[in-house]
Every structure is written in structure tokens, then in C-alpha cells.
Design a protein around this ligand. Sequence first.
Ligand SMILES: Nc1nc2c(ncn2[C@@H]2O[C@H](COP(=O)(O)OP(=O)(O)OP(=O)(O)O)[C@@H](O)[C@H]2O)c(=O)[nH]1
Ligand SMILES: [Mg+2]
Length: 422
Amino acid sequence: MFVDYVTIYVKAGDGGDGMIAFRREKYVPKGGPAGGDGGKGGDIIFEVDEGLNTLMDFRYNRHLKAERGQNGMNKGKHGKDAEPLIVPVPPGTSVYDNETGELIADLVEHGQRAVIAKGGKGGRGNIRFATSRNPAPHIAEKGEPGEEKEVRLELKLIADVGLVGFPSVGKSTILSVTTSAKPKIADYHFTTLAPNLGVVETEDHRSFVMADLPGLIEGAHEGVGLGHQFLRHVERTRLIVHVIDMAALEGRDPYDDYVKINRELKEYDEALSKRPQIIVANKMDMPGAEENLRRFKEKLNDETPIYPISALTKKGLRELLFAIADKLEEIPKEPLEEKPIVIKHHKEEPPFQIKRADDGAFVLYGEKIERLLKMTDFSTDEAAQRFARQLRRMGVDDALRERGAVDGSIVRILDYEFEFID
Ligand SMILES: Nc1nc2c(ncn2[C@@H]2O[C@H](COP(=O)(O)OP(=O)(O)OP(=O)(O)O)[C@@H](O)[C@H]2O)c(=O)[nH]1
Ligand SMILES: [Mg+2]
């Protein structure tokens, strides 16, 4: 529940097509080849922006597409490469290939970048196919298709601040009036069964993530009540906001509450007792709260700052949020689990595979052979012949023969069909 995720579709730009063109020279009926290469298609690049802390924007923009490269031109001019599409993501975003589940990138540090989908190469123009035997080739490649895939983004939200305290002291109410989170609020114990997170934005546009945790009671560290399993979430927060019912609505002594909760934290993990704390004296709108607060201050023998508020009337909230934001600025962020960028490359696939279709046709499939097809411009015979030669070199003819193809058998790649000639 501390993980936010969204699935989106990314398509890098296709490469521009290569051009078939010839020089026009005086007295020469047909000059040499002059068709330039196509430009590279735009990559889709994710970049960490530490100012972001949610994947919210992706919910409204689930299709990302980069520009195509420019086509090659006359007189040997190459098409321009397309600009990459730079997509800002919050720190802590993991990107997975949704089909294979493979981790594509772990984006942690501000400014860190990873190519999520690679733009296609530009197709080669006919200049590049000239040989001494064929000085004026009618062959150009189409641009390579850009990578496309569905990716799942996962953001492990790490709360900067944890709201800690007895049940019913008003933790969920505080989260509900300071963030857009909508936790359940009620006047019975253990209303909150699982942590809720919200993003607080202060008036001066600082923001932090706050967690509302289930109430703790005595013995929580030993598993009493619900709090125990959530104490480990407190461990990950940088600041503990200790909420106290200063109106003592349930007849407990506020100072006693404070001591007991701190004891639970310490019993659970010694390190938690050293975590910076702010005390929130809540329910100050109730009669008797002022008097209780005075006595609380007398008993308190440490320097922990106290912020009197009423989550109900919202009095004191503004100052509290400023104080939290100020305090967070003093506390260094613990480095997120340090992980290098992992970009795993796809397993080496065979260049093609063969299956039989219902109509008996031999279907050739696989990324490499399909890409080759997409990059072939069949508008000239020469290009078609070159394609046939490339297939033969890949071993397609032998493999087809082995699978039982005979002269005249139908062979299909995507929606392109041809006859097998033996
Ligand atoms: N008078 C008054 N009542 C409040 C204030 N804040 C919260 N309450 C009430 O206190 C009760 C408990 O509030 P919650 O926010 O659910 O308390 P919680 O700390 O999240 O409780 P658990 O989830 O059970 O741990 C509700 O009836 C709230 O309306 C306040 O500032 N003043
Ligand atoms: Mg609650």
C-alpha cells in the first residue's frame, strides 16, 4: 500500500526513410546515386526530477510517443535526427517491462536518466548501396521502427513524516485536513487499520509525504493491538510527529500517553527513540485542554517542541506544517537503497522462427526478421531481390525447406506474402 503504480505505453520514434535519388548531370542521362539517409527516431528518456513525488501525471497521460526521424533527401542530404522525448519522473521510480516483468531501470538520483525505448535508426539512402557492379542502385531502406512497449512504473512512496500516537487522538483527522488523502475517521479505537499516505504542500510550496499510522497502545512492540506491524513504517520516516489528545477525552493523562508511546518506540527499536520528534497537542478546541497543556509542559523535561492545534477548527495547522517542513530541511535524507541503474538487455532471440498457419502458409516471425521486412521498401525490384538475399543469408530458405516448404509454398511475414521458389 506504500507503492503507487501506473502502466503506460511508450513508443520511440521510427527512423526516417532512406531516399532513392540520382544526380542530374549535363550530358549524363542518369547520374550516380544521390539519396541520403533518414534521421534517427527520438528516444524516450526518463529523467529523475526531485521536485516530483507522485506518479499522478501519468494517470492522465498514458501514451508517450517520440517523434520520427526526418526522411533522407536529394543531393545526398541526410534527414535530421528527432529530439528525444524527456519525461520527468519522481525519485524512486522503478520501470518494468510489463510483458516480461523485467526491470528496465531504477531511477533514484536527481538528474539520473535512462533510455526506456530506443528510437529507430534511419534507413540508408541509395548512395550507400552503390557498388562497382551496381553503381546506380534502386535500393533504399525504410527507417527502423522505434521500440514500443508497455511499461509499469512503480514508486515506493517513503513517508518523510509519521503521525504516531494512541488511538483516537486525531491522527487521521490531521492527515485529512492537511492533504488530499481521505482516511476513515471515527470516535472508536483502531479506525485506521493500515497506513494512509498524503502529500502535504505548505503555503510556501514545500512538500513532504506524511503517513497516518494505526494507533499504538501499550505492548505494541510485543504485538499488542495493530500498531506493531506498522512500527516498521515509522522506522523509515525521518521525523516522528507525536500526536496527543490534550483534551484527555478518554480520561488518560496526556503526559502519561507521551511517555508510554515513547517507551513503545524505544522497546521496538532503540534507534526510534533518537529519531527527531515534534509534539502535536491536538483537540485544543475542547474545554480543559489549555490547563492540560500547561501541566504537560511542566512535566516535560526534554526540549521536544510542542505545537498546539485543533484538527477540527484547523487552528495552528499552518504553523505546524511550516515547523515540519523546516525540521525536515535540517534532517538529511537517508539515501534510498543505493542501486545502480540496471538496464538489462533483451535475451538474444533467434533471428526468425517458423510456424504453420491454418491455411497451410509458412509464417516467419521474430523481431529481427519483422524489422527487416519493415525496413524494406518493396517499390523497386532491386530492393525486393536484396530482401530475398538477406533471408537466404539468415538461413531462412534452408529452414523452410526443412519444415517441408516446396516450390510454390506460401510464405508470410506479418502481412507480406510471397511464394517459396526452390
Ligand atoms: N474536538 C476535537 N475532536 C477531534 C479533533 N481531531 C480529531 N477529533 C475527533 O477524534 C476522533 C478520532 O479521530 P481520528 O482522526 O479517527 O483518530 P486516529 O488517531 O486516527 O484514531 P485511530 O485511527 O483509531 O488510531 C474523531 O471523532 C475526530 O472527529 C480535534 O482537534 N478536536
Ligand atoms: Mg486513524
